[in-house]
Write a protein that binds this ligand. Structure first.
Ligand code: AMP
Ligand code: AMP
Length: 341
């Protein structure tokens, strides 16, 4: 019966993982590609169908066509990068996830509220440069893809380098520790939370600044950027796993209070930095599959604890949709704007 349904996504980010998972769970698969990515996606046998557009932002023009078929969209990071919030909400194709979460995720203030309500520890924020009493990172509001951040040592440094900034920005305590991105899956059908996997990012140029000796860096005009180009895998000290699990559960619990009864479900990721006292500082939450899960297309050490077969996050999403179909619960795993044909 799954072959009646097609799982579709944009050709980028974690599309290969999502579509391989959908194929393994018995769905038809469709990728929306562009001229640059067409040949790549065509080379995979688990992709049944392809629609080629000029730019991914043209996706909205396909809605009517997709709407007329049994297509379920599984969104990933490129949807957020290429489509606006309004476009997301306008889309009435069956959509895996809860769009009400998007508003809480998109606004830095609302997101902070949500995470604080869930009892997570966040970096301190400073309202003015004069308040700065420790190293900080200044984030421009429009900054995307990890560019446009500034490190500032103290309030004099701020006066000299950042006080003149015209754009809106946020001043945040700089947390010195190791970054860890924790990938979760929350099942709206069973109510259970799973830790699927974890990663750390490989970012340029920040990950290579340490290769230049500090003495040689002095006087050089280099600013760190955090442009992600890949990910590497990591497992967490087991005594810290309970807190990682607790954070995921409480984020889901609060989401049910603030974004409607369905709350946050499906895949999500909490981005943390862990300090030497083993404290998780939370940078951000992503309310969908993150690309760090691509490391685990064949399953992760954590997913192996729950499944005796390779279970990527992409496949886990398809498994949830399949279970929902088999138990007549499809609406439970789709946003309420979804129109079923
Ligand atoms: P792309 O379609 O590759 O331009 O990516 C869309 C969004 O996902 C961008 O905001 C990227 O920064 C983010 N992204 C893409 N690949 C990764 C990755 N491997 N790890 C973390 N974030 C990523
Ligand atoms: P973001 O754009 O918030 O995902 O952050 C991009 C990168 O900057 C990530 O690798 C984070 O680890 C790092 N980062 C963001 N905020 C902070 C902070 N307050 N302290 C230290 N590193 C940070």
């Amino acid at each position: 019966m799954n072959r009646q349904y097609t799982i579709a996504t944009l050709g980028s980010h974690s599309a290969l993982q999502i579509l391989k998972g959908a194929h393994d769970e018995g769905f038809r698969t469709l990728v929306i590609a562009n001229a640059e990515t067409e040949r790549l996606y065509r080379s995979f046998e688990f992709i049944d169908e392809m629609i080629v557009v000029k730019r991914y932002s043209e996706f909205m023009g396909l809605i009517d066509e997709l709407q007329s078929r049994k297509v379920i969209i599984v969104p990933h990071g490129s949807f957020v990068a290429y489509l606006s919030l309004e476009e997301h909400k306008k889309m009435s194709i069956p959509y895996f996830g809860n769009k009400a979460v998007l508003d809480w995720e998109a606004s830095r203030e609302l997101q902070r509220d949500w995470l604080l309500q869930a009892g997570l520890t966040l970096p301190r924020q400073f309202k003015t440069g004069a308040e700065i009493d420790r190293p900080v990172i200044v984030k421009l509001y429009g900054a995307a893809g990890g560019k446009g951040y500034m490190f500032i040592r103290d309030s004099q440094d701020f006066e000299r380098r950042a006080a003149h900034l015209k754009e809106q920005y946020m001043i945040q305590e700089y947390i010195i520790g190791v970054p860890l991105y924790i990938h979760y899956f929350h099942s709206p059908i069973t109510g259970k939370l799973e830790i699927m996997s974890m990663d750390r990012r490989y970012e340029t140029n920040v990950d290579s600044l340490g290769r230049i000796p500090a003495a040689a860096q002095e006087g050089m005009d280099v600013s760190p950027s955090y442009v992600v180009v890949g990910n590497s895998s990591v497992s967490l000290r087991e005594s810290m796993l309970a807190e990682a699990f607790r954070m995921g559960e409480d984020v889901v619990k609060v989401s049910k209070e603030i974004c409607g009864p369905k709350g946050l479900f499906g895949a999500f990721c909490i981005e943390t930095i862990i300090t030497p006292d083993m404290q998780f500082f939370v940078m951000e939450i992503s309310a969908r599959i993150v690309a760090g899960t691509n490391l685990f297309i064949n399953g992760s050490p954590y997913s192996y604890l729950n499944y005796d077969e390779p279970m990527s996050t992409g496949r886990r999403i398809a498994r949830e949709i399949r279970t929902a179909l088999l138990t007549n619960n499809l609406r439970h795993v789709l946003d309420d704007t979804s129109i079923l044909t």
